[in-house]
Ligand binder design. Sequence first.
Ligand code: PRX
Length: 566
Amino acid sequence: MSNIVSYDERVKNFSWKIAEDELDYKPGQPINIGWYCSDRICQMGKGDKYALLWENAMGVEKKYTYNDLRLTSNTIGHFLRSVGIEAEDRVCIFLERIPELYLSFVGILKIGAIAQPLFSAFGEESLFIRLENAGTKAIITQRKHLGKVRKIVDKLPNLKHIIVVDHDGKKELMDNEVVFSLETATPVEDLKIHPTVAESPSVLHYTSGTTGQPKGVKHVHYSLISQYLTTKWVLDLQDDDIYWCTADPGWVTGTSYGIIGPFSMGVTQCVLEAGFSAEAWYKFIEKYKISMWYSAPTAIRSLMKAGEEIIKKFNLSSLRHLASVGEPLNSEAVIWSERVLGMPFYDTYWQTETGSMILCNYPGMKVKPGSMGKPFPGITAAILDIKTFEPVAQGVVGLIGLKPDWPALMRTYWANEETFKKKFENGWYLPGDRARIDSDGYYWFVGRDDDVINTGGHLVSPFEVESALLEHEAVAESAVVSKPDEINMEVVKAFVTLKPGFEANDDTELLIMNFIRKKLSPLAMPQEIEFIEKLPKTRSGKIMRRILHAQEWGEEIGDTSTLEDD
Ligand code: PRX
C-alpha cells in the first residue's frame, strides 16, 4: 500500500504538523538534520540496517549501516571541529560521489556548520566564484581535484583548510592542506550535536541565473519537514525499499532526495559512482534489487535511445515505483516506461530554491503523460498574469506562483538579499517558470521565464559562459543561447566574433570549447561555436540573444524594431 492514501484527502486535512509529529519535533526545540539522518534512526533500533550501498565503475563495493553512518559522520564532525570549524562556517564538499561525500554532509550538519556541496567537475573559475561568494572556510576534496583548489587558494583569504580524504603520501602537501582518512581515523562514539534550531542554516547550494554570478541558495534545518514528507508521499519510500537517486549531490536533488529524504526515513539507498551507460544502470538495478528509482528526463531519454533489446538481458522485476525531476518529462518517455518497465515515471517539479518538491504526480493518482501533476498538499500554487501577478483563468499560460509558506523554501540568496527579494511579487514566490493548469487541476510546463539554459537538467547561465568566453584571447564578442538536442533537450551554443589575427576554423572552435570546459565545467561548454562577423544588437548596443535563440529553434523572430541598422 502506498504512503499517500488519497491525494484529495491529504489536501483537505493537511498540516505540516503531520511531519513534525512523525519526526517527534516540537516547535522551538532543536532540530538537526545530521542527527535525524543517523543517530535517530539508530535510536529507533535500525542501527544494523544498511544506510548506503556504494559501488564504483571498477566494481569496488562499500557498505555502511546506519550505525556506520552515525560513527563516520561523528568522526568527520569531530575532525572538523578539531581544526577550528564552528557553527555556520561554510564547508565545501568538492568530491566525486564517493562515500565520504555522503558521510561528510551528515557530519558537517551535525556540528552546525553549513554544507556547501559543489559538482566535482567544476573548473577552477566556477569553483572560485562560489567559494569566494560564500566565504568558505574549509573544503573537503580528493587528490584528483586538489590541483584546481591550489590554483585559486591564494585569492581566497577565508579558505583556511583544505582537507584531502584520499591522500596516498606521494604528493607533498602545502601548509593549509591536511589529510583526513576514514580508514585510519579513530571512530568517535559520542559527538555533541550542535543544538541547531529550525532557522539555523544548513545547506548552501549554488544555482545559475540569467544575469550576475551564481546565487547561493540558503536553506535551514527546518527544511527537513518538507523533505521528509515529500520523500514519504511522493517517492513513496517504505521500510523495505532499496532506493536509488541518480543525482549528484552537487545539485539539490542529490541532497534533498539523495541524502536527507531517504536517510531521515531510515531507508537503504544505493549510489553508483560511474558515468552513464544503459547496460551499467540496468545491471545496477538488477544487482541491488532497486525498488524505487528517482532519475531525470535526460537519463530516461538516453535509456530509450539504447533500445529495448538490452533491457531483456536484465531482471528488473524489483522496481515498483519510478520518479523523475529536473526538466520537462516528455510524454513519450512516460509512455515508453509504461510499456517497457511496466510503470510510468512520475514527474516532479521543483527547484534549488524550493528545497523540496512542489508539483508532483503521486502513487495512486492518475498520471497524465507530459504533465507535472498537482501541488504537494500544503503548497498553495497558482498561475499568475505576467504583468499583474494575479491568478489567471484555467487554461491560460502564465507564471507559476507559490505562497511562500512551506518549510523548505530558501531563506535568502547568500550575500544577495536584493536578488532574493525580486523573486517575490504580490505575495507570491516566483520560481521563474511558465505553465498552465488543465480542467482537472494538473499543471503543464510551458517554459522558463528567462534565458537560463537547462541542459540535461542542469541550469547554465548564458551570462557566465559569455563572460568566460571573453577571457579567451581569440574572442572579441560572444552571445550564448540554447539549441535543441535529442537527449539533453537543449545544449549550449555560442556565437562568437573573433579578434583580428584569429581564424574561424575547427581548431579555434576546439581550443575555445576546451577553455570553457576547464574553466567552468563540461556542462557549460558550448557544444557548438558559430563564428560570425557581427552579433545582432539593439541600437543601444545590447546583444539580442532572442534573435539567435529564435534562429536555433526555428521560431518566429518577432519584433526587431530595436535592432541596429547595418
Ligand atoms: O525550469 C524548471 C526546471 O528546472 C528548474 C530548476 O532547476 P534546479 O534549481 O537546478 O533544480 C533542479 C532539480 C530540482 C525549474 O525552475 N524543472 C525542474 N523540474 C522540472 C522542470 N521543468 C519541467 N518539468 C519538471 N518536472
